[in-house]
Ligand binder design. Structure first.
Ligand code: FES
Ligand code: FES
Length: 228
């Protein structure tokens, strides 16, 4: 509030104050510019590792790398028997995508929430992002790449295409693996059973009805309860 409401010479005061303010702004501009330039230089300097740290870093990194435990495991991946050395901290996703180049399994959340990384481990769907590679030792893994036979997609994959189940498609590999496991243990599921089995596979496109329709179509049970 203030001076403009109170005095009848306020115009004069305001003018002189504004002049002072402009002068101040000019000074502070210079000061600010100087400060920023100084800060920038300081940040650049701060970004350079101190000599002492740089000197010890290689040895530290080397000893840390040596300290990572590794294990040789044997796995069957999409019918192919493999012997591979893995770091004990690797997830199954890292092994499949990084080592075997099977990038069909997607990483959505990387913390066991979305199901995009689902693969079959001894026939059961698991989140590969939350399964250590060493736990797969001696076991059979099937990824989405393993669903086709002699270059042909599986009936379930065909049904997904026929019913437009993939929208962006990011969740589709995981959906296919969970549905494959379901159809192996229950070849004639109802819509409710499909929904229940696939509750752990999220679809950010919310294409759930089409996904359920596709699974029912692949099972030949499209009429049992409806998918919508
Ligand atoms: S990426 Fe594995 S559950 Fe989401
Ligand atoms: S189709 Fe896009 S997330 Fe499911």
């Amino acid at each position: 509030m203030g001076k403009r409401e109170n005095g009848n010479n306020s115009g004069i005061e305001d003018t002189s104050r504004e002049n002072e303010r402009e002068a101040d702004v000019g000074e502070s501009d210079v000061t600010r510019r100087g400060f920023l330039e100084g800060t920038g230089a300081a940040l650049v300097v701060a970004g350079v590792p101190k000599l002492g740290i740089a000197e010890v870093a290689p040895a530290t990194v080397l000893s840390q790398a040596e300290a990572v435990p590794q294990t040789t495991i044997r796995v069957t991946v999409n019918g192919s028997r493999e012997r591979v050395e893995v770091e004990d901290r690797w997830t199954l996703t890292e092994l499949l995508r990084g080592n075997f180049g099977l990038t069909g399994s997607k990483i959505g959340c990387n913390r066991g929430e979305c199901g995009a990384c689902t693969v079959l481990l001894d026939g059961e769907p698991v989140y590969s992002c939350s399964t250590l590679a060493v736990w797969a030792d001696g076991r059979e893994i099937v990824t989405v790449e393993g669903l086709e036979r002699d270059g042909d997609v599986s009936p379930l994959q065909q049904a997904f295409m026929d019913h437009n189940a993939p929208q962006c498609g990011f969740c589709t590999p995981g959906q296919l693996m969970t549905a494959t496991a379901l159809l192996h243990r229950n070849s004639r599921p109802t819509a409710e059973e499909v929904r229940e089995a696939m509750v752990g596979n999220l679809c950010r496109c919310s294409n759930y009805n089409a996904i359920v329709e596709a699974v029912l179509a692949a099972a030949g049970t499209s009429g049992s309860g409806g998918a919508a």
